[in-house]
Design a binder for this molecule. Sequence first.
Ligand SMILES: Nc1nc2c(c(=O)[nH]1)N(C=O)[C@@H](CNc1ccc(C(=O)N[C@@H](CCC(=O)O)C(=O)O)cc1)CN2
Ligand SMILES: Nc1ncnc2c1ncn2[C@@H]1O[C@H](COP(=O)(O)OP(=O)(O)OP(=O)(O)O)[C@@H](O)[C@H]1O
Length: 195
Amino acid sequence: MSQQQLRQHLLNARASMSAAQRDDAARLVAEHLMKLPQLQHPTCIGSYFSIRAELPTQVLNQQLINAGHQLALPVLHPINRGHLLFLSLSESTRWVHNQYQIPEPELHAQHIVPLQQLQVLLIPLVGFDQQGNRMGMGGGFYDRTLSGWYKGHYPQLLPIGLALDCQQVEQLPRQPWDVPLPMVITPSKVWDFRG
Ligand SMILES: Nc1nc2c(c(=O)[nH]1)N(C=O)[C@@H](CNc1ccc(C(=O)N[C@@H](CCC(=O)O)C(=O)O)cc1)CN2
Ligand SMILES: Nc1ncnc2c1ncn2[C@@H]1O[C@H](COP(=O)(O)OP(=O)(O)OP(=O)(O)O)[C@@H](O)[C@H]1O
């Protein structure tokens, strides 16, 4: 199976679940997440605005805000193509749609949160394997975001992939730029890939 066929296969698996099943899954993932030591005091968390059949994050995001965490959401970088910026959310955040029709906070330079300030980064997955290798939508956005982390630039940051159980495969082909995740959370389990 080619990379593109595998991505389509995993997207189909994800889409075959009902909205109610996905909501149940999101509740279980939120329970796992909220128990992590990193979330036991108010902190700064990068999250995402879920679309289509992704693990839903709207309820989870509100739960994190209610627990006192500061959230930052991804915005496609307007100049540095293929890169993401993370913008802090507030009650006055205005939303715009990006080129993929994903809602993102309106870009204001003063709302940019550098990765140095994030303790946790929640990452949408199309698939993941038993070594923590991930597959995304194919834009390389999170590969670029994670490359600095992989080099040790943000030692405080814990990247966590969020997924449905049906998104796990035994082994994904690993590209040179792929950064394996230290942790993935699915409804059934917290997958800790750290040595
Ligand atoms: N909710 C969410 N937000 C996210 C991501 C994500 O995967 N999920 N991203 C994760 O990287 C970034 C956006 N990357 C994306 C890359 C491709 C497509 C997508 O739908 N691609 C279409 C082709 C569309 C086109 O080329 O115009 C496709 O593959 O069918 C979506 C998001 C940042 N924000
Ligand atoms: N660190 C990087 N620097 C430059 N280009 C990169 C980097 N990481 C990935 N790319 C490019 O991005 C493209 C997409 O990579 P890939 O198919 O692995 O995306 P993905 O991991 O599925 O998507 P995403 O990271 O958006 O979730 C590749 O063609 C690759 O050349």
